[in-house]
Design a protein around this ligand. Structure first.
Ligand SMILES: [Cu+2]
Length: 166
């Protein structure tokens, strides 16, 4: 029984790692590559998860231990899918969470109260040092939205950015 369990665990943890060595593997809080059913994507005021393979443009955002995103401004068109490649250039774990200034502030406060809290949803990417992750997103309303790293201390230190959707 124990052997069977071990083999199953190995198969489920090793396979995605091998297949997605450069893909959207998440080395942060979770071990499995995430699979998203885009047809059931949750709708937020700041948009919804969408298939990055259908993106109209790719935006690369670098994260650093100086608590900065580069660029910290993103421009997108309403209804268009963007592929966001999030690269962690630092030595610390960073994350990119999409939202509005309000939802991010709220979430940042929650993270301070519960620093070890597990959070993972399609509008977030947790990226381990030296790794990258791909997010597919469609902004469905025009306006100004936000992104930030909500790891305690990072957001307050300025690890945030603005998204303008026209
Ligand atoms: Cu960070």
């Amino acid at each position: 029984m124990k052997t069977v369990l071990t083999i199953t665990l190995l198969a489920t943890t090793l396979l995605p790692t091998a297949l997605l060595a450069h893909g959207n593997k998440n080395d942060g809080h979770q071990e499995k590559a995430r699979t998203i059913d885009y047809s059931k994507a949750e709708k937020h005021v700041f948009g919804q998860a969408a298939d990055p393979a259908k993106a109209a443009q790719t935006i690369t955002v670098d994260m650093s231990d100086q608590m900065r995103f580069t660029p910290n401004r993103i421009a997108a068109r309403r209804g268009e899918i963007i592929r966001i490649v999030v690269r962690n250039k630092g030595q610390l774990l960073h994350e990119l969470v999409l939202g509005t200034e309000g939802t991010l502030n709220e979430h940042a406060e929650l993270m301070k109260k519960f620093p070890g809290m597990e959070h993972d949803e399609p509008h977030m990417a947790h990226v381990a040092p030296g790794k990258e992750q791909i997010m597919g997103w469609k902004f469905t309303q025009a306006g100004t939205f936000s992104f930030g790293c909500l790891i305690p201390g990072h957001y307050d230190a300025g690890m945030k950015g603005t998204i303008t959707v026209r």
